[in-house]
Design a protein. Structure first.
Length: 76
């Protein structure tokens, strides 16, 4: 199971965690808008939709959890 699935459940109601398939044409525009290149790429956005952090390549669950926690905490 991808680590994103567990983070989705953990942050439910506090943050939206999405997993997008880069091969789907409808996701291409979003990737361009966010400046995402490489696969996998993880982008953490704040409540205003601004990218606060970007991670390229495989990442640990703990690193992504810390990035999400920082955004959720800052938005409170």
């Amino acid at each position: 199971m991808p680590i994103v699935n567990g983070l989705h459940d953990e942050f439910a109601g506090r943050a939206t965690v999405l997993q997008l398939d880069a091969n789907e044409p409808e996701n291409g525009r979003l990737q361009q808008d966010l400046g995402l290149r490489g696969h996998p790429t993880f982008a953490v956005l704040d409540g205003d939709g601004r990218v606060t952090q970007t991670f390229v390549g495989p990442q640990t669950e703990q690193l992504l959890r810390e990035a999400l926690t920082a955004v959720v905490t800052a938005g409170q």
